[in-house]
Design a protein. Sequence first.
Length: 518
Amino acid sequence: MEPIKIFDTTLRDGEQAPGFTMRMGEKLQLAKALASMGVDVIEAGFPAASPDDFRAVQTIADGVAGPTIAALARCHSSDIDAARDALANCKKPRIHVFLATSAIHREHKLKLAKDEILTRTRIGVARARSYCADVEFSPEDASRTERDFLGQVIDEAIRAGATTINIPDTVGYTTPQEFEDLFRWIGEHVPGAREITLSAHCHDDLGLAVANSLAAIRGGARQVECTLNGIGERAGNAALEEIVMALNVRPEEYGVTSAIDTKRLVAASRLLSRITGIPVPPNKAIVGKNAFAHEAGIHQHGMLEHASTYEIMTPESVGFDGERFVLGKHSGRHALKSRLNELGHGVADEDFDAVFAAFKELADRKREILDADLEVLVVSNASGATGPWTLLSFHTSSGTGRLSTSTVSLTHETAPEVDEAATGDGPVDATFRALMRATQQTSGALTDFHVASVTLGEDAQGQVTVDCERGGRTYRGVGYSTDIVEASAHAILDVINQWERASVTAPEQGMATAGETH
Ligand SMILES: CC(=O)SCCNC(=O)CCNC(=O)[C@H](O)C(C)(C)COP(=O)(O)OP(=O)(O)OC[C@H]1O[C@@H](n2cnc3c(N)ncnc32)[C@H](O)[C@@H]1OP(=O)(O)O
Ligand SMILES: CC(C)C(=O)C(=O)O
């Protein structure tokens, strides 16, 4: 079996999807989970896109050991230099340079002729190569590019020093047969193509991203680019967990093997979902909550006789809960640390006390702490977005035919305790008004409110996600509690804290924060 590299782009292409913005601490937490799962390459971001992206790549490059860390750059010297700078302390850096090559992109977007594309490719790749021994080049929209011209561009990139050539199906247009054939053609016709690594990057506009990635492997690709839960631009990218398990369950079909520890797939998928606040559909292959559920009598009968009647892989092989400790109010530090490690959510020693204290507090309110509750604890701790305001206590009253009232008590990092009260149309609205008043916010409106249960059961935690608008921008806040009004108060305060931090760092522009959504 030949090895195949798994290149994860959850933090770059995945984060490009509307509503999937992640904060720095959350990105680092996710990158650590990806590293402990065994991905070969983590594309940590696009450093020239924003100071936040630059810092995220830098932080991951400095703090995550194991995988190669890649940074994306256009064929612009300033983009390539930003990638170099963000990766300056990285042990295994990769600069990923891209330039669109299809006629549609050349004529309508870049307004460049073919010879200019060739020149820019050569200059961009050579510049990246002068900084870094590991350079990837992507001819964007490769699958809609004239084959002969694509061959010329790849040849130019290889001669300029690219060590990986990635073939993106940028708009999810190709089909498995066509894509396999394209990879074979490149291997056979482009000089030097067999000496470098060929890679596939597929989008899911026609629901073919995973099938196309697997076809590319049959055609000679030895790296696949993918994201957890298949998140990404528009309909998303190829789902990492689906590719990895297809290779695992059908090795005879593809003849390659990945280094992924498949038992960590479910935990990583849930961590991402918890960070973004976007749930995984129950019927999602490999990681959805119904992926191993059986309700129909005929299926249950078959399963009771032999699990392989209706299961092509075991739930344990992808990390669905098997035998384990039950975590609750009587559990101690060893059990908590061991379960967090099993889930791939290692918490730094200096952060562990805070996570343990939050665990004990929750265990007082819940009979059993499930894996989803632990993900919430880890994410809340990793977001690092707790101040300057902290909710001390709140009280609401509401009933049929009367206004709701809410009283809140808050502390501020630099001010004494504040108490305020407000009435509103329901307890959440009253709490929103009381918090706005207590923190002296004069503008901002609650525009969306979503509540989801973190786990099942009468003592389950609720996850509240709120969108609040201010100055034409939408900010997202997330809060957790066994009481959904309290979770709402935490989510609203999360937004108010983002506003306050933004006004400290960029008062004149109301600078966007990591929690901003578009
Ligand atoms: C298929 C993909 O996923 S590609 C990656 C997509 N990711 C992103 O776009 C990340 C977020 N993007 C951003 O923050 C911004 O678009 C920035 C900072 C990168 C650029 O912002 P701006 O300079 O304002 O340019 P804007 O986004 O409006 O337009 C893109 C420019 O890049 C050019 N461009 C696009 N791709 C490339 C490329 N690979 N190499 C060189 N130039 C490129 C376009 O022609 C356009 O140039 P122009 O400004 O001279 O007309
Ligand atoms: C930058 C490239 C690899 C990309 O994301 C795409 O073409 O979809």
